[in-house]
Design a protein around this ligand. Structure first.
Ligand SMILES: Nc1nc2c(c(=O)[nH]1)N[C@H]1C(S)=C(S)[C@@H](COP(=O)(O)OP(=O)(O)OC[C@H]3O[C@@H](n4cnc5c(=O)[nH]c(N)nc54)[C@H](O)[C@@H]3O)O[C@H]1N2
Ligand SMILES: Nc1nc2c(c(=O)[nH]1)N[C@H]1C(S)=C(S)[C@@H](COP(=O)(O)OP(=O)(O)OC[C@H]3O[C@@H](n4cnc5c(=O)[nH]c(N)nc54)[C@H](O)[C@@H]3O)O[C@H]1N2
Ligand code: SF4
Ligand SMILES: [Mo]
Length: 664
């Protein structure tokens, strides 16, 4: 019997595998034996016909097989010839901690480029920055089991019923116990359908909503003055600025009625223990950091934090998004939660026994695109992600990628959207064929285990980075034989994290929950150990609709598909649940535009156009449309505006028009 963990989402369900069958691990606390359809089908993904099984090089527009040795030599020679800052790594929250660690070490420590970014930029970078601004450290002070002690759960911009399925099952169990659920989302979703109160706010108005709530809490004296006094900074300034914001304007922007707002306030007052959990509806915004802060403020002024059953809970999407943050595999951090100040660089150089680490952050996702357009990217190494598919404003990304002389794609499957742009493809061992470590959204570190032998010519991602490091002449510093060697080094490195708050060095055995005592006694990691309140307001910076583009496009997940679908779209047992390609449109809008259910429609933004089947449903608000991310061409439409602090894209606010082509 092999015990492992699901490799799809941030819930991180434990699994058991025994020669022929895969089941949920009953003894694993997160899922207690439960699995969703994706987790249950993990084994099938190893056997799909779309696996990439040999290294390939593109010659005359066609991929031809080459051997590992030739490919690694070729890639390394190009890196050697390039100036360090023209070399870019683009990683993924789906990589294992060891993969992430070694890629980050190689790039920042030895090639001396800080250009190591990841798809997590598009995912939870806003939460990372908000945590640092409010708490002084990127730390999530709530765990899933806290919902057992909560009286009220507020889900904001989160469709957990489809995106965090097993966690949502746990939520439903708690609803039977008496937990109250509020969901704040501009769409009707399976999550909102389970809620006691659904606040169908206007897209992008979350800051207005939380500011209204906080204003009201202050006026009604429902705040915890003792907590504020002892454990927070800036309250007076925050309060004064907040009091100047006009209530009616804010309420109007949310699109909610007074009655709906009052209902929320009553629920807030009636319930003692409150958790607010959020995902992409807050993070993916031009004001993603501010949206996060507006919610965190609500917990700080009521003292509903650092107590069982309370707190702001940022849910991570990918299986090891957390692990990536811990090793520091983002362009905006150096390593193990250290940034780029001289003192941190010195510590990291000493630990890695290297020199020359640059003292400036590297390029973030959309900046890589901009620099490539200017001809400033020579080598791009992509691992476990599909940037042509997932980055916003795809036409621009394609143009930029055509301008990069060498794109290396490390992928376990051959059918990514990026593959058309890659020059070399290296076959990775996918889930099931490799070992390693991942951290779920609960800060629980678990081991992913091999359940079958590695396909003959495939290598786990970490080994690919190791081979490149060796070829570049860094054998001594990358002399690992197993994932354990790398993980042990990472554990040791956490000792140099600020105040040793990353406490993985205490980990013994197979699983560990890091940071359990971090905010003990409400001591935060800011300079004076108090949390910071930040006044924020809705600056209304997103793309505006117009006569020509009258709809706002929302994008998001469906339960049984995983992003671009390289793993899930081919599996009949998953495909049967829901179509992959469609656009949802409100009946009134459909009527005005003479669109009928099932019509083919063109959806157009100022950046591009795609054709989809129309699905008419009142689940979307009037003047908004929804397209699931299983539509691979989705990002031809989206805008590439980013948050100025987190650099996370504003995916959910593109202005589009819809036109039937069936009825032309
Ligand atoms: N089945 C499945 N599960 C997944 C994934 C997958 O591909 N498939 N991906 C994983 C990943 S990487 C991630 S990041 C998570 C994402 O998890 P979620 O964020 O829960 O998933 P989304 O479908 O993107 O849902 C975001 C919700 O925010 C709403 N929203 C949009 N704009 C706003 C706004 O301005 N305010 C508010 N309040 N809400 C808004 C949308 O209507 C949508 O329902 O899912 C993870 N789980
Ligand atoms: N419009 C819009 N765009 C979005 C989002 C949105 O909500 N709306 N969400 C954003 C978010 S939150 C995210 S996380 C991204 C996700 O975007 P991506 O990361 O691009 O999506 P995936 O399809 O999960 O890509 C993972 C890739 O890894 C490959 N792979 C699988 N197993 C392995 C392995 O073991 N090793 C290697 N090397 N490769 C492997 C898969 O074949 C696949 O090509 O999309 C972002 N883009
Ligand atoms: S909820 Fe997430 S971790 Fe659990 S089985 Fe489903 S995809 Fe896997
Ligand atoms: Mo994500």
């Amino acid at each position: 019997m092999i015990k492992s963990v699901c490799g799809y989402c941030g819930v991180g369900c434990g699994i058991e595998f025994d020669t022929s069958k895969l089941i949920g691990d009953i003894s694993y606390p997160t899922n207690e034996g439960l699995l969703c359809a994706k987790g249950a089908s993990e084994l099938h993904t190893i056997e799909t016909s779309s696996r990439l099984l040999r290294p390939q090089i593109k010659q005359d527009g066609k991929f031809n097989t080459i051997d590992w040795d030739t490919s690694i030599k070729y890639i390394s020679s190009k890196i050697k010839k390039s100036e360090p800052e023209r070399v870019v790594f683009y990683l993924s929250g789906q990589l294992l901690t060891e993969d992430y660690y070694i890629a980050n070490k190689l790039a920042k420590g030895f090639i001396n480029t800080n250009n190591v970014d990841t798809n997590s930029r598009t995912c939870m970078a806003s939460a990372v920055v908000a945590h640092k601004k409010a708490f002084g450290v990127d730390y999530v002070p709530v765990r899933m089991r806290d919902i057992k002690k909560a009286n009220l759960l507020i889900l904001v911009g989160s469709n957990a019923a489809e995106a965090h399925v097993v966690f949502f099952n746990k939520i439903k169990k708690e609803l039977k116990r008496g937990l109250k659920l509020v969901v704040i989302d501009p769409r009707v979703t399976p999550t909102t359908k389970a809620a006691h109160l659904h606040l169908q706010i206007n897209v992008g108005s979350d800051i207005d909503f939380f500011n209204l709530v906080c204003q009201r809490l202050i006026t009604d004296e429902k705040i915890d003055s003792n907590y504020i006094e002892k454990y927070t900074n800036n309250f007076e300034t925050y309060k004064n600025k907040l009091s100047r914001e006009a209530k009616t304007k804010m309420l109007k922007r949310t699109g909610l009625s007074k009655e709906q707002f009052e209902e929320f306030i009553t629920m807030f007052y009636e319930n003692e223990n409150i958790i607010s959990a959020w995902t992409m509806g807050l993070n993916q915004s031009v004001q993603g950091v501010d949206k996060n802060l507006s919610l965190i403020n609500m917990h700080l002024i009521t003292g509903k934090i650092n107590k069982e059953g309370n707190g702001p809970f940022s849910l991570t999407g990918q299986p090891n998004a957390m692990g990536g943050r811990e090793v520091g595999g983002l362009a905006t951090t150096l390593a193990v939660h250290l940034d780029f100040e001289a003192e941190s660089i010195k510590k990291v150089e000493e630990f890695w026994k290297t020199s020359g680490i640059k003292n400036k952050r590297g390029l973030t996702s959309c900046e890589i695109v901009d620099e490539a357009l200017k001809g400033n990217v020579e080598v791009l190494i992509i691992s476990h992600t599909d940037p042509i598919y997932h980055l916003p404003n795809r036409a621009k990304v394609e143009k930029a990628f055509r301008n990069i002389p060498l794109i290396v794609e490390i992928n376990a499957y051959e059918n990514s959207e990026t593959s058309e742009f890659s020059h070399i493809r290296l076959p990775a061992s996918p889930w099931g064929e490799k070992d390693g470590t991942q951290t779920n959204m609960d800060r629980t570190i678990t081991k992913q285990k091999k359940v079958t032998r590695t396909s003959i010519d495939c290598k786990p991602d970490w080994e690919v980075f190791k081979l490149i490091a060796w070829e570049l002449g860094f054998k001594k510093s990358f002399d690992y034989s197993t994932v354990e060697d790398i993980f042990n080094e990472f554990k040791e490195m956490t000792k140099i994290s600020k105040k040793r708050h990353l406490d993985m060095h205490n980990m013994k055995g197979e699983t560990f929950i890091w940071g359990e005592k971090l905010f003990k006694d409400n001591k935060f990691l800011t300079q004076n150990e108090k949390a910071n309140l930040h006044f924020v307001k809705n600056e209304n910076l997103s793309e505006k609709t117009s006569k020509e583009f009258p709809f706002i496009l929302l994008t998001g997940r469906t339960r049984d598909q995983w992003h671009s679908g390289t793993k899930t779209a081919l599996l009949d047992n998953l495909k049967k649940f829901k179509a992959l390609e469609y656009v949802e449109i409100h009946p009134n809008d459909a009527k005005n535009l003479e669109i009928e259910d099932g019509d083919m429609v063109d959806v157009t933004s100022v950046r591009g156009e795609i054709t989809l089947e129309a699905k008419i449903t009142p689940d979307v608000k009037e003047k908004t449309v929804f397209i699931p991310v299983s539509v691979r061409k989705i990002n031809y439409l989206t805008l590439d505006l980013v948050d100025k602090e987190s650099f996370e894209p504003d995916y959910n606010h593109s202005a589009v028009r819809v036109k039937s082509i069936t009825r032309l």
